[in-house]
Design a protein around this ligand. Sequence first.
Ligand SMILES: CC(C)(COP(=O)(O)OP(=O)(O)OC[C@H]1O[C@@H](n2cnc3c(N)ncnc32)[C@H](O)[C@@H]1OP(=O)(O)O)[C@@H](O)C(=O)NCCC(=O)NCCS
Length: 339
Amino acid sequence: MEVRQIDPRDEVAFDAWFAVMEATDHERWPDKPGWQRPERRAMALDDDGPQEHRCLSAYADGRVVGIGDLTMYRRENGHAAELTVAVLAPARRQGVGSAVVAEAERLSSAAGRRELGGMDEVPTRTGYEDAAGVFAPGLGFAPAQHMVRRELAVPLDPARFRSLVDDPRSNPPGYSLITFVDRWPDAFIEDRCELGRRMSTDVPMGDQERDEEVWDEARVRHSEASFAAQHRAKVTTAARHDASGRLVSFTEIAVPLGAPESSWQHDTLVMREHRGHGLGFASKVANVAAVLGAYPAVRTISTWNAAENHHMIAVNDAMGFQVVAHSTFWLKKLAAPGS
Ligand SMILES: CC(C)(COP(=O)(O)OP(=O)(O)OC[C@H]1O[C@@H](n2cnc3c(N)ncnc32)[C@H](O)[C@@H]1OP(=O)(O)O)[C@@H](O)C(=O)NCCC(=O)NCCS
């Protein structure tokens, strides 16, 4: 068995890599579409975005039986790398997963990374075996953060939706909600950069260290272009502080255009000085309505929160999100190359 980094421009090699991701996604969530090929291919082909994705394939007898998606940050966080590892069920307990992790550690150390992290995901439904809970600590990884995945089934019952819209928190005085699809309006680009900078350090990160990100218009537009290349739409609702005219919060939902039934909550941030006015609740309710207006095929919205992120979880609970999975972010300090 051999683990190799494949070239995502090689369609045959990429298809074999993606087939393992698709099969293991389906094993975990049999009734969901999972990652889409255009999403993962565009991520792998993005050669100057803030994240580099390296595709690792474990070959046994010429077939790919296990994979890794090794993420390295290109701008900030030069100390960190992250790995997703998955092995086809019939090939498990034969050292394939360990070999993928070993190769990821080697490549990460060679790129000067001092730590390797990775998140598992264990659905709450019965019948899913949590292999990661034994596998990861056995390879020297320690839990750095606990995350919970929640899902909102949509469309909501009309009476329930009405009660969310009529909730006083949905109409915070002194603020106006603005919704847009895909492209952040030029007039508010500076506010987007400030929100991006703050988002990078304001979210609870457990034992992970994260650098503050530098955002400029090029970064915003590059991220929008990457999204389009991944064949995904993004619906955003932002709150404008009427007195200053600045956008002071945002929340975004990604919709895979090839499989819109499962959609994904991305960033949500209310600037510290504007917290406590219901902006998180108001903008999330408005954004769900906007998503359903633009993409009526959406059936679920999934969100991940750090278990300690009580304010965000309170908003999600009030909206009717239900817990569907628990995750651990595993972290390992890497030895310097040659040590
Ligand atoms: C987790 C996963 C990648 C492990 O792949 P693998 O090829 O079976 O891993 P290995 O054969 O290298 O296992 C190494 C050790 O991990 C432990 N381990 C792995 N799977 C285990 C399981 N189901 N139950 C108990 N221990 C397990 C064992 O100690 C094993 O050594 P052993 O077989 O000599 O006892 C695989 O089960 C998988 O793809 N699961 C779904 C995706 C996933 O959860 N990925 C996140 C990983 S953090």
